[in-house]
Design a protein around this ligand. Structure first.
Ligand code: G3P
Ligand code: CA
Length: 383
């Protein structure tokens, strides 16, 4: 399993801590809070459905979270482009899937940063590498992005070293430029990564993000933006400050959001996908971003089984569903859609998209947005 897959699937904060957070933020803007308290209508975002979300840009074809990856996703026609956010030492938000930048930048090749290599525990997992919170933005800007999984995506290594680590503000500026060119606003899907961990370091993500959302007019209910987090408390904190549509990410059934772990909240994701859990989420968010296994579980051989009631139950609670992540390579596909024995070769991604679309999901994250768009075309034609 990729390190990012191991790390990213933990979660959240408990009721006690949520209550404390609400008190702490209580005076922070009652008008925004009142506007934010009513989630945007479930399917009223004006996006094509199923919506295609370019996961980390077009990360099937370019090193993830680079302006090159975002540009390609947009050019391919993705409806929304995703960013994951972590902070620098001096408090700038940058686009990386995790704060450990060992696998996605050339930091290891910079002798001047050799002594920054360290071991930290992030959300309960010990990691050794280089971390964004130990670098100023100016230092981080001397690095270059590279392909995370070169063994699977050798062709993407052609672009290693081409792009910097972008700040979120640079992405907002890029989206403004592209929006002017195209005569429409560009949708972004913005995730706070490890928010409890960073708050403890004095690098809270939400206030920094809110400042940028306000500066670029993405703080309203009708903004072309979804906010997302695996930690519900991060979404609750954000929704007290802005009315931007928001989604709670849900990892595998037996996992617990990291803020729940820290607060001693015993609930697991399996609890949150029950009708009462979904009602609780619907009290402050517009949707859920579930792991695909919560939509259609796989059997012991990795084949898709029968869909769960999650789509029906989430829709009944007024929530949209944007599950993650579809990738074209055999190694990521359900076993019944793999073709041949080469793990890096493409399998029958169209067949897998069809199975997921048939469940009634509202959108999907994909590393290959062009494939997802064609699959949507097929799905709509044959409906
Ligand atoms: O945010 C949706 C999806 O990206 C969640 O998984 O770990 O790739 O951020 P991850
Ligand atoms: Ca993400």
């Amino acid at each position: 399993m990729e390190r990012e897959q191991q790390l990213g699937r933990r979660a959240i904060l408990g009721a006690a801590a949520l209550g404390a957070g609400a008190v702490a933020l209580g005076g922070a803007g009652t008008a925004a809070a009142a506007e934010a308290s009513a989630p945007a209508s479930g399917k009223g975002h004006g996006l094509p459905v199923p919506t295609v979300i370019g996961h980390r840009g077009a990360s099937g074809y370019r090193p993830e979270h680079t302006l090159g990856s975002y540009q390609l996703a947009l050019d391919l026609g993705a409806d929304i482009i995703e960013q994951d956010l972590v902070p620098t030492k001096d408090g700038h938000l940058v686009c990386r899937h995790e704060n450990d930048i060992t696998a996605t930048t050339d930091v290891a090749a910079h002798p001047e940063f050799a002594d920054r290599k360290t071991t930290k525990t992030v959300d309960g997992t010990a990691l050794t590498g280089w971390f964004t919170e130990d670098f100023t933005l100016a230092e981080l800007k001397t690095l270059r992005a590279k392909e995370r999984i070169p063994g699977t995506r050798q062709r993407n290594t052609l672009y290693d070293g081409r792009w910097e680590v972008p700040t979120f503000e640079e992405v907002l500026q890029w989206a403004e430029r592209e929006g002017r060119k195209r005569g429409r606003r560009i949708w972004l899907y913005v995730e706070t990564k490890h928010p409890t961990y960073f708050r403890k370091l004095g690098l809270g993500l939400e206030e920094r993000l809110v400042k940028l959302l306000r500066a670029y007019g993405r703080h309203r209910k009708d903004s072309p933006t979804f906010l997302q987090s695996f930690e519900p408390s991060s979404i609750q904190r954000l929704r007290k400050l802005v009315a931007t549509p928001a989604v709670v990410l849900l990892s595998t059934a037996n996992s617990r959001p990291w803020d729940f772990v820290e607060a001693g909240d015993p609930r697991t994701v399996a609890d949150l996908v029950k009708p009462e859990g979904l009602e609780w989420i619907a009290g402050y968010a517009d949707g859920i971003g579930p792991d695909l296994s919560l939509i259609i579980p796989r059997d012991s051989s990795g084949r898709l089984t029968t869909p769960t009631p999650l789509v029906k139950d989430a829709h009944a609670a007024g929530l949209v569903l944007h599950p993650y992540t579809m990738r074209n390579e055999n190694s990521f596909l359900p076993a019944d859609f793999r073709r041949g024995t080469d793990a890096t070769a493409y399998g029958d991604a169209f067949g897998a998209f069809k199975r997921y679309f048939e469940t009634g999901i509202d959108g999907i994250f994909s590393d290959n947005p062009d494939t997802a768009l064609l699959a949507r075309e097929d799905f709509r034609k044959n409906r």
